[in-house]
Design a protein around this ligand. Structure first.
Ligand code: KG4
Ligand code: ZN
Length: 354
């Protein structure tokens, strides 16, 4: 399919987990794009008493606020609905109630404004963010590390992904959150764990590094989490000891990520011409210890490292609107009968891609 040099303005909606987000982005591939507005309402307060995301509460909170956020995003962009070229919304994967609300709202807006709908895979939106922010060209190697997903992929184009590795149990963000819970750091625990780890000694408690040095690029984190649980049960830990556990856990995760990403780089080199860039995406990319470990790996392996700004690594709608821009440029629109999907592996977007 021919790509177009026209700039597109796209309204994007994101409701797949616990952030309700709406944004307007203008641009053309390969980017960078211009973020005209980007509003995010985090539901952390609603879910905190339960120590995790409660799907029913998430869905209700999306319904309550989404229309207002759409109005706010258009207002901040200084545009009416009639001025956008398309309406993009996350159509999966994610909590089905939330995805349904965002997609249905996008369909109603598309119908009202007589604009096309673009159904976005949430993972593809994370994957393409580095083009929105930095105009990164295809191909690149992607390490997606979030609360729900943990994957290494070669990204060759829109809808063109090769899955190199994935977690066989917990996602990295999930492991951070569960470990933080064991250390009584509240919810969501990733950022709090990173802060505590700064004061800790990563060598005091030697923790396992599952799958290190194994063939392939898959991850495993449940053994590490179990080791932390046993440690916490066995000893009553004072604050300095908890900081040492946090530092030890974070160091183990960094080692696992470096080892698996190195394996992916070696495979990528043999399969893909050019594009020696590692792109990070997902909420855990905000973690500075992990970033610096991966930066060191990139200099060792002669890759450059691209990390979008933190507010665009965590869930947001600017990435959804940008994925909409990329798909508009390829003429890839979706029917109003498109169904929301709780599960939607990236490789299954392939048939829609260029
Ligand atoms: O991408 P994201 O906003 O949502 C998902 O799609 O999952 O990622 C959220 C995840 C949470 O598990 C959170 O604890 C983790 O990212 N996270 C971090 C940090 N900031 C967010 N984990 C470790 N260190 C951080 N600084
Ligand atoms: Zn996400």
């Amino acid at each position: 399919m021919a790509s177009s040099s026209k700039a597109f303005t796209v309204l994007g909606l994101e409701t797949s987990c616990d952030e309700t987000a709406v944004a307007v982005v203008r641009g053309r591939p390969p980017g960078p794009g211009e973020i005209l507005s980007n509003v995010v309402h985090s539901q952390v307060r609603e879910h905190r008493p339960y120590g995790g995301v409660v799907p029913e509460i998430a869905a209700r909170a999306h319904v309550e606020i989404l229309d207002d956020l759409v109005a706010m995003a258009l207002d901040q962009a200084g545009l009416g609905l009639g001025s956008v070229d398309a309406i993009a919304a996350t159509a999966g994967p994610g909590l089905i109630g939330g995805v349904m609300i965002g997609l249905t709202t996008a369909k109603a807006l598309a119908l009202a404004a007589d604009r096309p709908l673009v159904a976005i895979n949430h993972l593809e939106a994370h994957a393409l963010t580095a083009r929105l922010t930095g105009g990164v060209g295809f191909p690149f190697l992607l390490l997606l590390i979030s609360g729900g997903h943990c994957q290494l992929l070669a990204v060759e184009g829109v809808g063109r992904f090769r899955l190199y590795g994935t977690t066989i149990d917990d996602a990295i963000g999930e492991a951070f959150d569960k470990t933080a819970k064991l250390l009584e750091l509240g919810y969501p625990g990733g950022p709090a764990l990173e802060t505590l780890a700064r004061q800790g000694n990563p060598k005091r408690f030697p923790l396992p590094r599952p799958m290190l040095g194994r063939d392939g690029c898959d991850f495993s984190l449940s053994g590490l989490k179990t080791a932390v649980r046993q440690l916490v049960r066995a000893e009553s830990l004072d604050v300095p000891a908890r900081a040492d556990v946090a530092a030890g856990f974070q160091a183990a995760v960094a080692d696992i990520l470096v080892d698996r990403t190195r394996a992916a780089m070696l495979r990528y080199r043999t399969e893909i011409e050019g594009g020696r860039t590692l792109v990070l995406a997902g909420g855990v990319a905000a973690n500075r210890a992990i970033r610096s470990a991966l930066a060191a790996l990139c200099s060792e392996q002669d890759f450059s490292l691209t990390v979008p700004p933190t507010d665009l690594c965590t869930d947001n709608a600017a990435m959804v609107a940008w994925a909409g821009v990329e798909r508009c440029a390829l003429g890839l629109f979706d029917d109003l009968s498109t169904a929301p999907r709780a599960r939607w592996p990236l490789e299954e977007t392939a048939s829609a891609g260029s």
